[in-house]
Design a binder for this molecule. Structure first.
Ligand code: FES
Ligand code: FES
Length: 171
């Protein structure tokens, strides 16, 4: 079956078994080995990529599901150099063995897009990738570093603000 999709900003057209997991297509067909194989059953998150900007586990996604969709892998996260998130990862010395870290960064990137100023609870609830080296505290620190550096959401325009009630003139 011919599957057409956009990968890291470029159109792709591949003849694939529609049941092939996306992770297999990325690593074995397209030679994009940044995305890792961990459990193979959708549990660990090592294989996380973005499908239309949403973090998904590519080991559990058949390529039939990406037809005409947009996929981003770690190789395409930034057109030039490291993203601020990746820089924060380096500055915070997050990785230990490093194996899970691509999946962690892809999950964090999608999470921060929707939640630019997360609380610790938001981070813990959404960063659900496994790390056998236990780098969770440093992952949280790196995410907070990026969040603190992001500009605050624009203030509500005056026209959108509820009008203060004016006091009736006293007789
Ligand atoms: Fe995909 Fe573990 S390899 S979730
Ligand atoms: Fe080793 Fe996460 S850094 S598994």
């Amino acid at each position: 079956m011919t599957i057409q999709f956009t990968l890291n900003g470029a159109k792709q057209s591949l003849d694939l078994d529609p049941n092939m997991p996306l992770l297999w297509a990325l690593r074995d067909v397209l030679n994009l080995t940044g995305t890792k194989f961990g459990c193979g059953i959708g549990q660990c998150g090592a294989c996380t990529v973005h499908l239309n900007g949403i973090a998904v586990r590519s080991c559990s996604m058949p390529v039939a599901g990406i037809a005409n969709q947009t996929i981003t892998t770690i190789e395409g996260l930034s057109a030039e150099g490291l993203t601020p998130l990746q820089e924060a990862w380096v500055e915070t010395d997050v990785p230990q063995c490093g194996y899970c870290q691509v999946g962690q960064i892809m999950t964090a990137a999608a999470f921060l897009k929707n939640t630019p100023k997360p609380s610790d609870e938001d981070i813990d609830a959404n960063m659900n990738n496994l790390c056998r080296c236990g780098t969770y505290n440093r992952i949280r620190d790196a995410i907070k570093k990026v969040a603190q550096a992001q500009p605050h959401p624009p203030a509500q325009p005056a026209a959108d603000q509820p009008q203060a009630e004016t006091e009736e003139p006293k007789p």
